[in-house]
Design a protein around this ligand. Structure first.
Ligand code: FES
Length: 150
Protein backbone atom coordinates (compact mmCIF):
# COMPACT_ATOMS: atom_id res chain seq x y z
CA UNK A 1 0.00 0.00 0.00
CA UNK A 2 1.38 3.43 -0.91
CA UNK A 3 1.17 6.02 1.87
CA UNK A 4 0.76 5.13 5.50
CA UNK A 5 -2.47 3.27 6.04
CA UNK A 6 -1.35 1.25 9.05
CA UNK A 7 -4.48 2.31 10.89
CA UNK A 8 -6.51 0.16 8.50
CA UNK A 9 -4.85 -2.93 9.91
CA UNK A 10 -7.12 -2.72 12.96
CA UNK A 11 -9.99 -3.66 10.64
CA UNK A 12 -10.37 -7.18 9.26
CA UNK A 13 -9.69 -7.00 5.50
CA UNK A 14 -13.07 -8.26 4.31
CA UNK A 15 -15.19 -6.51 1.72
CA UNK A 16 -18.04 -6.24 4.27
CA UNK A 17 -15.79 -3.86 6.23
CA UNK A 18 -15.28 -1.49 3.30
CA UNK A 19 -17.38 1.32 4.78
CA UNK A 20 -15.57 1.06 8.11
CA UNK A 21 -12.33 1.37 6.22
CA UNK A 22 -13.48 4.47 4.37
CA UNK A 23 -14.69 5.97 7.65
CA UNK A 24 -11.26 5.30 9.17
CA UNK A 25 -9.57 7.07 6.25
CA UNK A 26 -11.85 10.07 6.60
CA UNK A 27 -11.32 10.23 10.37
CA UNK A 28 -7.57 10.16 9.80
CA UNK A 29 -7.22 12.40 6.74
CA UNK A 30 -10.38 14.54 6.93
CA UNK A 31 -11.43 13.32 3.48
CA UNK A 32 -11.01 10.40 1.09
CA UNK A 33 -8.43 11.09 -1.62
CA UNK A 34 -8.04 9.25 -4.94
CA UNK A 35 -4.96 7.56 -3.53
CA UNK A 36 -6.90 6.43 -0.45
CA UNK A 37 -9.62 4.90 -2.61
CA UNK A 38 -7.06 2.71 -4.34
CA UNK A 39 -5.45 1.77 -1.01
CA UNK A 40 -8.78 0.91 0.63
CA UNK A 41 -9.98 -1.02 -2.41
CA UNK A 42 -6.80 -3.08 -2.35
CA UNK A 43 -6.88 -3.70 1.38
CA UNK A 44 -10.52 -4.80 1.40
CA UNK A 45 -10.13 -6.71 -1.84
CA UNK A 46 -12.86 -4.72 -3.56
CA UNK A 47 -12.70 -3.26 -7.10
CA UNK A 48 -11.86 0.46 -7.20
CA UNK A 49 -15.03 1.19 -9.18
CA UNK A 50 -17.16 -0.45 -6.50
CA UNK A 51 -15.33 1.47 -3.78
CA UNK A 52 -15.99 4.74 -5.62
CA UNK A 53 -19.65 3.72 -5.92
CA UNK A 54 -19.93 3.27 -2.15
CA UNK A 55 -18.26 6.64 -1.61
CA UNK A 56 -20.62 8.50 -3.88
CA UNK A 57 -23.66 6.78 -2.35
CA UNK A 58 -22.99 7.90 1.21
CA UNK A 59 -23.13 11.65 1.77
CA UNK A 60 -20.96 11.33 4.89
CA UNK A 61 -17.83 10.97 2.80
CA UNK A 62 -15.88 14.01 1.66
CA UNK A 63 -13.81 13.92 -1.52
CA UNK A 64 -12.06 17.26 -1.15
CA UNK A 65 -9.35 18.05 1.33
CA UNK A 66 -10.65 20.36 4.06
CA UNK A 67 -9.12 23.81 4.32
CA UNK A 68 -6.96 24.99 7.18
CA UNK A 69 -10.10 26.65 8.55
CA UNK A 70 -13.23 24.55 8.34
CA UNK A 71 -16.37 26.69 8.44
CA UNK A 72 -19.58 24.93 9.42
CA UNK A 73 -22.69 27.05 8.88
CA UNK A 74 -25.48 25.72 11.05
CA UNK A 75 -28.67 24.99 9.16
CA UNK A 76 -30.63 23.56 12.07
CA UNK A 77 -34.19 24.78 12.58
CA UNK A 78 -33.44 27.74 14.87
CA UNK A 79 -30.61 28.99 12.66
CA UNK A 80 -32.60 28.42 9.50
CA UNK A 81 -35.44 30.57 10.83
CA UNK A 82 -32.95 33.26 11.78
CA UNK A 83 -31.35 33.42 8.34
CA UNK A 84 -28.72 30.69 7.97
CA UNK A 85 -29.27 30.81 4.20
CA UNK A 86 -28.10 34.40 4.18
CA UNK A 87 -25.08 33.53 6.33
CA UNK A 88 -24.16 30.82 3.84
CA UNK A 89 -24.53 33.29 0.95
CA UNK A 90 -22.38 35.91 2.64
CA UNK A 91 -19.62 33.44 3.51
CA UNK A 92 -19.79 31.94 0.06
CA UNK A 93 -19.55 35.32 -1.65
CA UNK A 94 -16.77 36.57 0.61
CA UNK A 95 -14.63 33.46 0.11
CA UNK A 96 -15.63 32.59 -3.44
CA UNK A 97 -16.52 28.99 -2.56
CA UNK A 98 -19.78 27.10 -2.45
CA UNK A 99 -21.16 24.71 0.11
CA UNK A 100 -18.94 21.63 0.28
CA UNK A 101 -15.95 23.35 -1.35
CA UNK A 102 -12.44 24.37 -0.35
CA UNK A 103 -10.74 27.47 -1.74
CA UNK A 104 -7.82 27.15 -4.15
CA UNK A 105 -5.28 28.08 -1.48
CA UNK A 106 -6.56 25.40 0.89
CA UNK A 107 -7.30 28.01 3.55
CA UNK A 108 -11.09 27.83 3.95
CA UNK A 109 -13.61 25.08 3.45
CA UNK A 110 -17.32 25.56 3.79
CA UNK A 111 -20.17 23.25 4.65
CA UNK A 112 -23.59 23.31 6.24
CA UNK A 113 -24.27 21.18 9.28
CA UNK A 114 -27.19 20.28 11.51
CA UNK A 115 -27.72 21.98 14.89
CA UNK A 116 -24.47 22.93 16.59
CA UNK A 117 -26.18 22.85 19.98
CA UNK A 118 -26.25 26.56 20.77
CA UNK A 119 -29.60 27.59 19.30
CA UNK A 120 -29.99 30.55 21.66
CA UNK A 121 -27.14 32.18 19.71
CA UNK A 122 -28.76 31.57 16.31
CA UNK A 123 -27.71 32.13 13.62
CA UNK A 124 -24.30 30.56 14.21
CA UNK A 125 -21.33 29.07 12.43
CA UNK A 126 -18.21 27.42 13.73
CA UNK A 127 -14.64 27.68 12.51
CA UNK A 128 -12.54 24.66 13.47
CA UNK A 129 -15.03 24.00 16.25
CA UNK A 130 -15.12 27.53 17.70
CA UNK A 131 -18.68 28.83 17.63
CA UNK A 132 -19.65 32.36 16.60
CA UNK A 133 -23.24 33.42 17.27
CA UNK A 134 -25.78 36.17 16.67
CA UNK A 135 -24.25 36.64 13.25
CA UNK A 136 -25.22 39.40 10.89
CA UNK A 137 -23.56 40.43 7.65
CA UNK A 138 -21.08 42.76 9.31
CA UNK A 139 -19.89 40.30 11.96
CA UNK A 140 -19.72 37.46 9.45
CA UNK A 141 -17.41 39.40 7.14
CA UNK A 142 -15.33 40.71 10.06
CA UNK A 143 -14.73 37.19 11.43
CA UNK A 144 -13.75 35.86 8.00
CA UNK A 145 -11.30 38.74 7.53
CA UNK A 146 -9.74 38.02 10.93
CA UNK A 147 -9.15 34.41 9.95
CA UNK A 148 -7.86 35.37 6.53
CA UNK A 149 -5.24 37.59 8.15
CA UNK A 150 -4.11 35.01 10.72
S1 FES B 1 -30.14 25.26 15.09
FE1 FES B 1 -28.22 26.24 14.88
S2 FES B 1 -27.32 25.91 16.81
FE2 FES B 1 -29.18 24.83 16.97
Amino acid sequence: MAGNYDYLKKITPESSNLIRGLQAVQAQEGYVSDESIVAVAGYFNTPVVETEGVLSFYAQFKRTKPGKYKICVCDGTACHIKGSTLILDWVSTELGIGNGETDAGGVFSLETVACLGCCSLAPVFSINGRVFGNLDRKSTIRILKEYRNK
